[in-house]
Design a protein around this ligand. Structure first.
Ligand code: C2E
Ligand code: MG
Ligand code: MG
Length: 644
């Protein structure tokens, strides 16, 4: 019995404790089912805070969460009267109870805070009576803690409270860690997305500024045309391609005349507007594969890939013609004159520097002659670069007979039959490609190699004449010879050896340019007489360009006269020139000379020449100069696929 009164309260205690336990388990289970399904960290922490407060009957409950680097903690959630003041506050790790727990990795369950000095406590810990703080342990790291401050009522926290909170923390930390991971992932994703978006913007900006940079480094900002640097690039590219395909590239250098005066008179703004208009005009006249560039303030250039010198010059004339129309700026009419220098790869230069320098030389030639445009003429260029470094190559070429003769048919106007061919020298060189004779002949003359070349040319042409005569009957071949040949004391001897007899001589015409007769007349006369003796026909080439008169020619043993192609060409352009051609033909006929018209390019001119009584025609309308093999096809009436 004595035990009974003691037992009753015990039983009551036990029941109470069982009921309490039941309630605690229920609370923990409820919390778990709530937080484990929730992935939003804030919601999870709020729930954990209020459930934990209930669990240990705390006045205030706070949840500090550690920073990723574990050097700070922030009160992320809480429950109790003044928590809103505290939530969001961040403390360094070495401060307060939290700091102590995190540092020592041990829970704090002491009712009092004696272990921490006044300075080490944070502001509410200073006011707190009792406090327990249990860590929230994640899989690999400490996440934070649950801190219960002051038991409600007058009692202190018990060890049971402490153990209960530890168990509770152990269970909910899984849910907290999950929610933290999700939040971190979302954050990273957002960061990723942000990063990607910013990267995209940055990239776009980069591309744009690159484009702008490229534009400024390659294009002229005023006219938007390629600048000098892009121009050099394009020309180099064209040269490389043309070299591989054995093609030609034309280059035009265009200079505006007295542009400074225009600028001074009308002002820089108008000057700029004019430069733009000129650029637009040039652009209108250039094809897609051609490049028009602005090289300097009043200097433009055009690159013509896949062309030849005739087409290059045609383009130059076209541009000159286009510039004849005055420009209109602010109602004012402004005339701009241009000078165009032209040259062609490979015959006038092998690289950008040579070509530019030669186009520039041609431009100066054009300016001096007031012709508007000129094609580079190496014979007139005495600069070291103009005097191409060809001599060594030519010496070897003469030695090895690397030259080739092309043949251009001449047609009898009355019978429409091919009665003769003009042999035109070609030199193919790895560096220069096909080199036209007017370039290398001059060099051969200068370097004393011409005689050897001419004897080779006559021998080769004669052999071809014999070959073709066997097949096609009566066919002559003309060979061009130069002044130095006629002046050489050995020439007659060599000619005699090659031609040998009159049978062969009759197959040969020798073309001499008109200017030969200006001097040394007596000496020449003897040589020409000997040629006539050998049966060779003598022809005056490029008639009309020199200074000799027909009456003087009358005294020479000459039987043919070739009207220079410039007259034939001009006859097409200007009606008046027809008169010159007509009178030349008439006078020549009076002197018993046969007349050949050179450079006949179209049927209209051909007809006109026939009506004027011209005997023979030569020119592209009949055929371009053809290689030895091609001329065989031509004479056989077969199609010729490639021209020389
Ligand atoms: P050339 O004797 O007056 O030859 C005619 C030139 O006109 C050739 O140029 C020919 O290709 C070109 N031609 C022919 N038909 C037409 C046409 O319809 N339109 C145009 N625009 N041109 C045409 P190429 O072959 O360049 O010869 C240039 C000059 O070089 C020749 O003028 C001749 O004086 C000289 N030459 C050529 N071969 C030799 C040679 O073996 N020895 C010497 N000494 N001079 C040569
Ligand atoms: Mg000729
Ligand atoms: Mg000629």
């Amino acid at each position: 019995m004595t035990d009974k009164p003691r037992n009753i309260p015990r039983v009551t205690n036990l029941r109470e404790s069982l009921v309490q336990r039941e309630a605690e388990i229920c609370l923990i289970q409820q919390t778990l089912s709530e937080v484990l399904t929730d992935l939003d960290l804030k919601t999870v922490l709020d729930k954990v805070a209020s459930r934990a407060r209930e669990l240990v009957n705390a006045e205030t409950l706070l949840i500090p969460i550690l920073s990723d680097e574990q050097d700070f903690y922030t009160y992320r959630a809480g429950a109790g009267p003044r928590v809103n003041d505290i939530i969001g506050e961040t403390m360094p790790i070495n401060f307060g109870v939290c700091g102590w727990v995190f540092k020592n990795k041990k829970p704090w369950w002491q009712g009092a805070l004696e272990e921490l000095s006044e300075d080490e406590r944070n502001r509410w810990e200073r006011e707190a009576g009792t406090l327990i703080l249990v860590p929230l342990q994640g899989k690999d790291r400490m996440l934070g803690g649950i801190s219960a401050i002051n038991k409600r009522g007058s009692s202190d926290f018990t060890r049971r409270d402490f153990n209960l909170l530890k168990m509770f923390a152990g269970i909910v930390s899984i849910a907290i860690e999950n929610a933290m991971t999700v939040q971190r992932l979302e954050h990273t994703n957002k960061l990723n997305e942000d990063y990607r978006r910013r990267l995209k913007i940055l990239n776009k900006q980069l591309v744009e500024s690159n484009k702008e940079l490229e534009f400024h480094s390659l294009y002229d900002p005023l006219t938007s045309l390629p600048n000098r640097s892009l121009f050099r690039d394009r020309l180099t590219q064209c040269i490389t391609q043309a070299h591989a395909a054995r093609r030609k590239v034309g280059l035009l250098l265009i200079d505006l005349e007295r542009f400074k005066d225009i600028n001074d008179t009308f002002g820089h703004e108008k000057g700029d507007a004019l430069l733009k208009l000129i650029a637009a005009l040039f652009e209108k006249h250039t094809e897609a594969d051609q490049t028009i560039a602005r090289l300097g303030s009043d200097e433009y250039a055009v690159i013509l890939p896949e062309t030849d010198r005739d087409d290059t010059m045609k383009k130059a004339y076209k541009l000159l013609e286009a510039m004849e129309t005055p420009f209109r700026i602010d109602g004012k009419s402004i005339n701009v004159r241009v000078t165009i220098g032209a040259c062609v790869f490979p015959e006038h230069g092998r690289n950008v520097t040579e070509l530019l320098s030669h186009a520039d030389f041609a431009m100066r030639m054009a300016r001096n002659t007031k012709m508007g445009t000129a094609l580079y003429d190496p014979a007139k260029d005495r600069s070291p670069m103009g005097h191409l470094t060809m001599v060594a190559d030519l010496r070897r070429a003469v030695q090895n007979e690397e030259f080739e003769l092309f043949y251009q048919p001449q047609m009898d106007m009355r019978t429409k039959k091919i009665t003769s061919l003009e042999a035109l020298g070609r030199w193919y060189n790895g560096h220069y490609g096909f080199v036209r004779p007017d370039l290398f002949i001059n060099e051969l003359e200068q370097s004393g190699l011409i005689e050897k070349y001419t004897t080779w040319a006559i021998r080769t042409a004669l052999a071809k004449a014999v070959e073709l005569n066997n097949k096609h009957g009566d066919l002559k071949i003309s060979v061009n010879i130069s002044v130095s040949d006629l002046m050489s004391p050995h020439f007659i001897k060599h000619l005699g050896e090659i031609v040998g007899s009159q049978t062969y001589g009759r197959l040969l015409t020798i073309e001499i340019t008109e200017n030969l007769f200006l001097s040394e007349y007596d000496k020449l006369f003897e040589v020409l007489e000997y040629m006539r003796y050998l049966g060779i026909t003598l022809s005056i080439d490029d008639f009309g360009t020199g200074y000799s008169s027909l009456s003087r020619l009358k005294k020479l043993p000459v039987s043919e006269l070739k009207i220079d192609q410039s007259f034939v060409r001009d006859m097409r352009r200007y009606k008046n020139d027809e008169v010159i051609v007509r009178s030349t033909i008439d006078l020549a006929h009076n002197l018993d000379l046969q007349v050949v018209a050179e450079g006949v390019e179209d049927n209209k001119t051909l007809k006109k020449l026939a009506s004027l009584g011209c005997d023979v025609a030569q020119g592209y309308v009949i055929s371009e100069p053809l290689s030895s093999e091609e001329i065989n096809h031509f004479m056989d009436g077969k199609p010729v696929s490639r021209t020389g």
